[in-house]
Design a protein around this ligand. Structure first.
Ligand code: HMG
Ligand code: MG
Length: 299
């Protein structure tokens, strides 16, 4: 079996994870946690989100978090940006990478960002253009790529069309999201074989939620096709508050364990990762779903 020698793990816990927690974590604790994550060897952390604080109050301290985090060399600090108001805040906070996002399905797009798909393109286009002028790299997210909580099945051709429109804006990478964890490995192979016909594999990442326990199986399906960039959240935190039934991302600790046991280099120290994950588990005061954290709690 051909697998990549090296994989980049993009940690989204401080954003995808904390946006889905009921309790707001104090800014000091967020900053401390992000710095612990940075010390594990992770090269990329999505630290927060410059969305409307009324929509996601848990991340209303986005500018302060970004300003206070001690940036490590060779590490990218990213955050979600939905529109120009968000970009203004992101530039004030001087993050490295701007992450724009939209959905393949009309209903989730509307519920998540209050716009139709057609209304979203010009807004994102302007964000990308202005972010590039400010020398920021731009990542795109495409949500509900494998299924929508409101519309069910998503047509592959519709996915290709939305991805194409985003790549035409000159984004640097596109993360393909299984927002509600409905994908299975055969579907992942089918969708990725289609996407790699149109777009450079090196610019595609995968963002699997583990709602139904298939995120690692889906990761393996993508690895077998040579994909080598994966998003994950420490401990399996995560979920989109505007996608009914969505739950945690694939856990960074489970993903890192699987990759390293397959002999794939990630650069992430598993022991330090578990320490960082234990810290946030204590802060949110409930057991996290990852298998690695469950093993730790029994030892
Ligand atoms: P809206 O209410 O339609 O915004 O929200 P608007 O453009 O009509 O503006 C209304 C007011 O909000 C204005 O203020 C704006 O200035 C202000 P007023 O003039 O009335 O005083 N405003 C803002 N303030 C601060 N920051 C901003 C901002 N934008 C407008 N950025 C909006 C539209 C997109 C802002 C809203 O719908 C929103 O914030 N949505 C975010 C929802 C969200 O964060 N969802 C979760 C993240 S996506 C996800 O989890 C999926 C992913 O993980 C991948 C996957 O798993 O598939 C990425
Ligand atoms: Mg997500």
């Amino acid at each position: 079996m051909e697998l990549p020698e090296q994989v980049t793990i993009k940690e989204v816990g401080p954003r995808d994870g904390l946006q889905n927690e009921k309790e707001e974590i104090p800014t000091d604790q967020k900053v401390a946690w992000i710095e612990k994550l940075a010390n594990t060897g992770l090269s990329y952390i999505e630290i927060t989100s410059f969305v409307h604080p009324k929509w996601i109050p848990q991340l209303k301290d986005a500018v302060e978090v970004a300003k206070r985090v001690n940036k490590k060399e060779n590490m990218t600090i990213a955050a979600l940006v939905p529109n120009m108001k968000g970009l203004e805040r992101a530039l004030e906070a001087d993050i490295d990478e701007v992450s724009i996002f939209m959905s393949v399905s009309e209903t989730h797009n509307k519920k998540n960002i209050n716009k139709s798909i057609e209304e979203t393109y010009p807004i994102l286009n302007e964000v990308v253009r202005e972010a590039k002028l400010a020398n920021k790299s731009v990542r795109g997210y495409i949500s509900t790529a494998f299924g929508c909580p409101y519309e069910g099945q998503v047509e592959e051709q519709q996915l290709v069309k939305v991805c194409n429109n985003l790549f035409e804006m000159d984004i640097d990478e596109l993360s393909i999201g299984d927002t509600i964890g409905v994908a299975n490995p055969l579907q992942v192979s089918s969708v990725l074989k289609k996407l790699e016909r149109y777009f450079p594999k090196d610019q595609l990442a995968l963002h699997f939620h583990d709602t139904r326990g298939l995120a690692l199986a889906n990761t393996l399906a993508a690895l077998q096709l040579g994909f080598h960039t994966f998003d994950s959240a420490a401990g399996g935190l995560g979920g989109c508050p505007y996608a009914k039934g969505a739950s945690g991302n694939v856990a960074t600790d489970d993903l890192n364990y699987m990759l390293q046991s397959l002999g794939i280099h990630t650069g992430v120290d598993q022991a330090k990762l578990l320490e960082a994950t234990s810290y946030i588990q204590e802060m949110i005061d409930r057991p996290l779903p990852s298998k690695q954290m469950q093993i730790l709690s029994r030892s």
